[in-house]
Design a protein around this ligand. Sequence first.
Ligand code: FES
Length: 203
Amino acid sequence: MTESLLIDTPASSTPIQRSSDAMRLGDDAADLRRIKCDPNHWYPVAWSRELKKGKTIATRFAGQPIALVRPQEGTVFALEDRCAHRQVPLSKGRVEGEAVQCCYHGWAYGRSGRCIDVPYLGKGKLPNGVRTYPCREVQGLIFVFPGDPEKAETTPFPRLGSAADPAYKTRRFGAQVKCHYSFMHENLMDMNHQSCTPKRWAR
Ligand code: FES
């Protein structure tokens, strides 16, 4: 993936903590920057334009490596980006029909994550596959559901504002920034700095 989305932030390794600010807000308030993300939601992990037909790309959600695969025909799918054999990233593999073939020893995985071919074993002795993620492509973004797959269908899909409305212009921002994503949300919503920011910073 050549660009990262702001959602691609590492999960905290600590349990839910409350900052002094949150404590002042009351017991029910938690500090967004200290809590773990809830995997039982749909999260955007790549721009559609990054993933060409017949190709794979590597992305991550909260540290989990994910391979996105776009077959020549059919919808995008998402697999754990680690071959079940020797952990080589499947995103480095080759798309064959509706499967991706590992670049190392050729094990192939279908969109369900099941191993469907091991060239030197034959079809009768296939090993376990890899994890698959529910995956959807909406309005130029590729989303995965990193939590319990059984909850994916019933979990409300995020609203994307006016991205599909031709009356609006949507600006897509994909730079990788080393901070909690909420700092960028705050910054981008705070437009009053524009008249003061030197032009060279705004490139
Ligand atoms: S590491 Fe993938 S087939 Fe061996």
